[in-house]
Design a protein around this ligand. Structure first.
Ligand SMILES: NC(=O)C1=CN([C@@H]2O[C@H](COP(=O)(O)OP(=O)(O)OC[C@H]3O[C@@H](n4cnc5c(N)ncnc54)[C@H](OP(=O)(O)O)[C@@H]3O)[C@@H](O)[C@H]2O)[C@@H](O)CC1
Ligand SMILES: Nc1ncnc2c1ncn2[C@@H]1O[C@H](COP(=O)(O)OP(=O)(O)O)[C@@H](O)[C@H]1O
Ligand SMILES: [K+]
Length: 502
């Protein structure tokens, strides 16, 4: 498939299918002239470099469980590199050595005598809580349900309170789809080079723990050869999606934004969106609360203006329009259709704006091309129906975006940006503390702000989603679970500072 904006996403890290990882390794080794054991050594080294930086690196008992393939081989490199006089390293092999991969056998021969090695069948099954467990049993090569020994081991490890680290993937987890069986439950998953798709699925939240992507030196140009339509959005991608303003820029260049929503009892939603738009850089922000007397409405900050004129909106006056935060569903069909009829620029549609589309699906076709919809899972379900799992959900998001030529932002951990040309971009920023009332309204305001600053809809979506997650991370550093949506807004300026987008 040819992507319209390939040059920009070319720079983003692709998410490769599990089956292609071997081909990628082979290609990379050939083009760089390195061997598979060298690549395995790099994988082990990157793991150990990360490990030595952790607070638990002083733990003296480490158990490394190794399967018969190259994931097990990685585990052997890790065991060798972790070995020192202060630590007792135990390796537990799931299979007889002669049944294991070539690179496994090579690394097995390199284990120092000080590392204790036992077969699973001879293992006393004793692990104290103050130990570290390294799971190098199965990685992307898992190809069938776990047999008895593997299932028994993983069930046992899952009962322990020791610190649990998964190498590349928690054992038993398929790389590209939802798990249906038993999987190792990690506290940290250290995955090589790029996140495997299944590591981004909410179904696996309890399995993955904290996700860390370790660079093992495979060049991005090699990875791009195997890329399909999935990408992982990281901090290094963001700068080039921004535009910059010169010394003579005036308020108009920064855009005039209109936010329609805020029914009685929910005016906070447009307040939050409006404040977020200002903090994202908008020149002027007008709120159009859907209440009987808009001029009685008090914006949260004096910089926000209120649109209360009777007789409808004059959309030509605005550089961007967002509809939905706190709007309620108590609006009539012809009013809503009238809104969509009149706007002739891409809009942002959120919350009740989306719920109204679910109520009046005949209006979906009227969305201006490249409009941006930002549903959370429930709103998305109302729009397209129930999905059996996240894999199906992201496919439906893509189908919807391509069918209607819009950008669909499916919100949650690792928010998906589904582009109209079929690309799926998964966000890396953000954390669980963002799951707080109004945090979606903040995102709406940010995206509307970038649109108003004349960013392309694609860039507005990418920058909005990433900065929003990053602001959440910054604010939560001091607030944790006490973070509220306004804290996210207050952290927006700092995201520009940290990304050097000034
Ligand atoms: N660029 C990268 O990402 C790099 C990747 N590297 C690493 O390589 C890993 C992939 O290695 P891999 O291909 O050897 O597969 P892996 O996961 O070890 O498992 C295959 C073995 O398990 C077996 N097996 C399968 N299912 C089973 C089951 N249910 N129960 C029991 N056994 C089962 C299967 O048996 P078979 O089907 O052959 O009978 C085979 O022996 C990857 O995850 C990463 O850690 C790095 O070293 C370098 C760079
Ligand atoms: N665990 C999480 N990790 C990252 N981002 C999250 C997480 N939980 C929620 N978010 C983000 O917070 C926002 C919540 O939006 P939404 O559900 O619409 O909230 P509200 O309706 O209260 O405004 C989304 O942008 C979502 O991506
Ligand atoms: K593993």
């Amino acid at each position: 498939m040819i992507y319209k904006n390939l040059l920009l996403t070319e720079m983003m890290l692709p998410i490769i299918a599990g089956d292609d990882v071997k081909k990628l390794d082979d290609f990379h080794m050939q083009s760089e002239g390195i061997s598979s054991v060298q690549l395995m050594e790099r994988a082990g080294k990157s793991f150990v470099a990360w490990y030595e930086d952790q607070s638990f690196s002083s733990v003296i008992k480490i158990y490394v469980f190794v399967g018969s393939g190259n994931n097990g081989g990685d585990g052997l490199v890790i065991a060798r590199l972790l070995q020192n006089d202060q630590r007792a390293i135990h390796v537990v092999c799931m299979e007889p050595i002669e049944n294991c991969s070539e690179d496994f056998i090579f690394n097995f021969s390199r284990l120092p005598d000080s590392v204790e090695v036992v077969q699973y069948t001879d293992w006393p099954k004793e692990i104290k809580d103050d130990s570290v467990i390294v799971d190098a049993v199965l990685g992307v090569g898992v190809n069938r349900p776990l047999n008895k020994n593997y299932a028994e081991l993983i069930s046992f490890l899952n009962t322990l309170s020791a610190i649990k680290l998964a190498v590349d993937l928690p054992s038993g987890l398929p790389a590209d789809h939802t798990s249906v069986g038993l999987v190792f439950q990690a506290d940290f998953t250290l995955t090589f080079q790029f996140p495997k798709l299944s590591l981004l699925f909410p179904e696996h939240a309890e399995i993955i723990g904290k996700l860390v992507v370790l660079d093992i030196g495979i060049s991005e140009s090699s990875i791009h050869r195997f890329s399909q339509n999935r990408f992982y959005l990281r901090e290094i991608d963001i700068k080039k999606h921004h535009k910059y303003f010169h010394r003579f820029s005036h308020k108009g260049d920064f855009g005039k934004v209109l936010l329609i929503g805020g029914a009685l009892g929910k005016t906070g939603a447009i307040n939050l969106a409006g404040h977020a738009a200002l903090r994202t850089g908008s020149g002027l922000v007008l709120l159009a609360p859907q209440i009987p007397d808009p001029y009685k409405f008090r914006p949260i900050v004096p910089e926000l203006m209120v649109f209360g004129e009777k007789g409808g909106f004059c959309f030509e006056e605005f550089d961007s329009v967002a509809i939905g935060p706190g709007m309620g569903l108590d609006v009539n069909f012809s009013w809503f259709r009238g809104l969509l009829d009149q706007v002739n620029l891409p809009i942002v549609l959120d919350a009740d704006g989306i719920n109204l589309l679910s109520k009046f699906p005949e209006l979906i076709d009227q969305l201006p091309v490249n409009s941006i919809l930002t549903p959370h899972f429930k709103e998305f379900e109302r729009l397209v129906g129930k999905s059996s799992d996240h894999l199906e959900r992201i496919q439906r998001a893509t189908d919807f975006a391509t069918k209607y030529n819009i950008i669909l932002i499916l919100k949650g951990a690792h928010t998906l940006i589904a582009m109209p040309d079929g690309r799926q971009i998964f966000n890396s920023s953000g954390n669980q503390y963002m799951a707080t009332a109004g945090s979606g309204d903040v995102l709406t305001g940010m995206i509307a702000s970038f649109l108003g600053q004349k960013y392309s809809p694609e860039n507005a979506a990418i920058c909005g989603v990433f900065h929003h997650g990053m602001a959440g991370e910054i604010a939560s550093q001091s607030k944790y679970r006490g973070m509220i949506a306004s804290d996210i807004i207050n952290a927006i300026p700092e995201t520009f500072v940290q990304l050097e987008v000034l």
